[in-house]
Design a protein around this ligand. Structure first.
Ligand code: AMP
Length: 475
C-alpha cells in the first residue's frame, strides 16, 4: 500500500485525490508518479482499470503548474487518445484532479462542431486532450500551435495503432518540439508498438503493473460453449434470472449490436447500443444512461467501448469473441477495475473455437469452460454444478440411437419437473421459451438428457440431433 502523501505530490493535488475518495495509490500510480515528476520518459504496460489516468495526470499537472502558463493557441501538455469517449474521460480526470490549480485544459474530438473547440484553444491551453484526426484538422486550420508541447502522453497506444492512427501520430510528432517528456501507455505490446516507442521515447523507465498481454486476476473469466442461435436467449436468461443490473456486452459488428439491443428490449431488458455509426450525442447519452442505471445492458463494439470507465462494472459478456485476441484483454479490462472483482463471460459457438484458442495462446492459459448456470427463482447466485453430471459429453457418433431416443422422450418433462424452468417473473423472459439455452447446459441435476459443456477443445456443444429452438418449443 502506498499513501499518496509519499509520492512527492503537492498539497492541492493530494487534497483533490482525497476528495475523490482514494485511500492509497494503485501500483501504477505508485510507480509512475515519482518517475514522471522527475521528468523521465515512461513506457507503461497498463490496462484501463489500473488507475493509469491519475498515474499520469497528477504528476503532469504538477509539472505544468511549476512552469509558465500557455498563451496564444499553444499547448503545453498533449494527451492523445484513440476514442472520443476516452478523450472525454481523461479530460474529466484532468478537471477533477486539477480543480485546485490555475491551469487551463480543453478536449477536442471529431463528431461534434469544430468552432467551439477553436474558440477554446485561442488563448492557449496548458493541457489538451485530443483524438488524432480532429487535432490535425485544428492544426490544419491554424487553431492550435503544437510547437511548445512540453509533455506528450500517448494513452492506449496499442489501440491507436489498431485503429489505423499511425500516420496521424507520425504527422503530429513532426509538429512537436524535439525536447519534451514522453509518456506511453499500452495494454498490449506488439512489434509495431515497440517500433513506435524506439523513435519516440528517450531512455524510458519501463513500468509493468500487470504482466504483458494478460488479464487482471480479479476478473473471473468463464466460457460457455453454446450454439450461435441460442446466444440471445442465454444472455436474456442470465441477465434476468441472475439479477444482473449493469452488463456490458460486446458484439463484433455494429449491426449485431443494434440487433441484440433491440432483442433485449423486446425481452423487457432495458438496453442501448453504442458503436461508431451512432452520433456523438447518442453515444454520450447511452453511456450516461448506462452509468445511472436507466439502461441495464449496454451493447458495444470494440472501438466504441474502448476506454469506457464505468466504476465497478460487475459483468462483461463477450456475445461474440473478438477477431483480434488483444481485444479480449481490453474488453475484460472493463470489469474488475481498481481492486474490484468482476466477471467476464464469453458465449462461444463452435465456429468461434479457433478465436478462443488464439486468445488462450495470447494469455498463455486456458479459459475456464463451464456449463451455463442455472438460477433458482429468487436466487441471484447460480446453483452449483453437481458432480454427478458427466464432465464431458460423449461424441455423438458414440451414442447409441436408442439412447438418443430416450433422451428426446425425457426432454419435455424437464421444464416442468423437479427444477422449475426459469424463475423469472412472467413477462421478463422471451415469449414461448421455457429455458433459454434449451436445457442443453443449464442444469445438471434434473436433466438426464443434459449435456454438460465440453471441456477442452474437442467438441461443439449442441451436437444433439434436435435443434435447440425445437426444444424450446417442445416445452
Ligand atoms: P483508469 O485505469 O485510469 O481508467 O482508472 C480506473 C478507475 O479507478 C477509475 O474509476 C478511477 O476513478 C479509479 N481510481 C483511480 N485511482 C484510484 C485509487 N488510487 N484508488 C481507488 N480508485 C482509483
Amino acid at each position: 500500500m502506498t499513501a499518496f502523501s509519499t509520492l512527492g505530490l503537492i498539497e492541492p493535488l493530494q487534497s483533490a485525490v482525497r476528495e475523490k475518495g482514494y485511500e492509497n495509490a494503485t501500483p501504477i500510480q505508485a510507480q509512475s508518479i515519482p518517475v514522471i515528476l522527475a521528468g523521465r520518459d515512461i513506457l507503461a504496460a497498463a490496462q484501463t482499470g489500473t488507475g493509469k489516468t491519475a498515474g499520469f495526470t497528477l504528476p503532469l499537472l504538477q509539472r505544468l503548474v511549476e512552469g509558465e502558463p500557455a498563451k496564444n493557441r499553444s499547448v503545453r501538455a498533449l494527451v492523445l487518445t484513440p476514442t472520443r469517449e476516452l478523450a472525454a474521460q481523461v479530460a474529466e480526470s484532468v478537471a477533477v484532479y486539477g480543480k485546485n490549480l490555475p491551469l487551463r485544459s480543453a478536449v477536442v474530438f471529431g463528431g461534434v462542431s469544430i468552432n467551439p473547440q477553436m474558440m477554446k484553444l485561442r488563448g492557449g491551453v496548458d493541457i489538451l486532450v485530443a483524438t488524432p484526426g480532429r487535432l490535425l484538422d485544428l492544426q490544419g486550420q491554424r487553431a492550435v500551435d503544437l510547437s511548445k508541447v512540453e509533455i506528450l502522453v500517448l494513452d492506449e497506444a496499442d489501440r491507436m495503432l489498431d485503429m489505423g492512427f499511425i500516420h496521424d501520430i507520425k504527422r503530429i510528432l513532426k509538429l512537436l518540439p524535439q525536447s519534451r517528456q514522453n509518456l506511453l501507455f499500452s495494454a498490449t505490446f506488439s512489434d509495431e508498438i515497440r517500433q513506435l516507442t524506439k523513435g519516440l521515447l528517450h531512455d524510458p523507465v519501463s513500468i509493468d503493473v500487470a504482466p504483458r498481454n494478460t488479464t487482471t486476476t480479479l476478473v473471473k473469466q468463464t466460457v460457455f460453449q453454446v450454439d450461435k442461435s441460442d446466444k440471445h436467449d442465454i444472455l436474456s436468461y442470465m441477465v434476468t434470472n441472475g439479477g444482473w443490473e449493469q452488463v456490458l456486452v460486446f458484439t463484433r459488428t455494429k449491426h449485431g449490436a443494434n440487433k441484440l439491443s433491440q432483442q433485449l428490449e423486446r425481452d423487457g431488458i432495458t438496453s442501448a447500443a453504442i458503436h461508431g455509426n451512432k452520433s456523438q450525442g447518442a453515444r454520450t447519452r447511452a453511456l450516461a444512461d448506462f452509468k445511472n442505471g436507466a439502461v441495464r445492458v449496454l451493447v458495444a463494439t470494440d472501438i466504441a467501448a474502448r476506454g469506457l470507465d464505468i466504476e465497478q462494472l460487475p459483468h462483461v459478456v463477450n456475445f461474440e469473441l473478438p477477431n483480434v485476441p488483444e481485444d479480449y484483454v481490453h474488453r475484460i479490462g472493463r470489469t474488475g477495475r481498481a481492486g474490484a472483482t468482476g466477471e467476464a463471460i464469453s458465449l462461444v459457438s463452435p465456429e468461434e473455437r479457433k478465436l478462443q484458442i488464439d486468445i488462450e495462446r495470447l494469455l498463455k492459459r486456458k479459459l475456464d469452460v463451464q456449463p451455463v448456470p442455472y438460477f433458482e427463482p429468487g436466487e441471484k447466485k447460480p446453483m452449483p454444478v453437481l458432480d454427478d453430471v458427466p464432465a464431458r459429453r460423449p461424441p455423438q457418433q458414440q451414442r447409441r440411437p436408442q439412447q438418443q431416443q430416450q433422451q428426446q422422450q425425457r426432454r419435455p418433462q424437464q421444464g416442468a419437473g423437479a427444477r422449475p424452468a426459469n424463475g423469472a417473473p412472467a413477462g421478463q423472459r422471451p415469449q414461448g421459451r421455457s429455458r433459454p439455452n434449451g436445457g442443453a447446459n443449464t442444469s445438471g441435476r434434473s436433466s438426464p438428457a443434459r449435456t454438460s459443456a465440453p471441456r477442452g477443445d474437442e467438441q461443439p456443444m449442441s451436437n444433439d440431433n434436435v435443434d435447440p429452438r425445437q426444444r424450446f418449443r417442445s416445452r
